[in-house]
Design a protein around this ligand. Structure first.
Ligand code: HEC
Length: 122
């Protein structure tokens, strides 16, 4: 009888431990996806140059915008808000959400605090 109770207790501990473990496993993909951007950088660079750069070079109405304008965190929150022109219009006016994600990936990967800071290659 006594050993049965002990077994039960051990199983309980095991169950809790495996729940904790499963919880940790579930957190792993979340934290890696937050660490970087999953879009296509090469496409994003193309979309950015083709579309955004039409207004965002020196002397144009949007002023110069390159990946160096912001930090990685700032680009993420800018695209998460998705508001352009002082919040008056959505960024999706210019691209599909998927294209915006690619553009964000390019900007993020070459942001001012990224391992490879880069202007747009003009
Ligand atoms: C039709 C012209 C036009 C296009 C296309 C355009 N922008 Fe802009 N953008 C502007 C103008 C004008 C402003 C300035 C508004 C202001 O004074 O705040 C601006 C502001 C910005 C800012 C704000 C600068 C800051 O310091 O916060 C960012 C970032 C930006 N645009 C990114 C983009 C991105 C990314 C794209 C492509 C998806 C894009 N823009 C496409 C005209 C444009």
């Amino acid at each position: 009888m006594k050993s049965f109770r002990k077994l039960g207790k051990n199983l309980g501990v095991l169950a809790v431990a495996s729940l904790v473990f499963a919880g940790l496993l579930a957190l792993v993909p979340l934290s890696t996806s937050r660490a970087g951007q999953k879009g296509n950088e090469a496409k994003g660079k193309f979309y950015f140059k083709q579309t955004c750069k039409s207004c965002h070079i020196k002397g144009e109405k949007g002023g110069e915008v390159t990946p160096l304008n912001k930090t990685q965190a700032q680009w993420q929150s800018y695209f998460a808000k998705g508001k352009h022109m002082k919040g008056t219009e959505p960024l999706t006016k210019y691209m599909t959400p998927e294209q915006l994600n690619d553009a964000l990936t390019f900007l993020y990967n070459h942001a001012v605090d990224s391992p490879q800071p880069e202007t747009c290659g003009k």
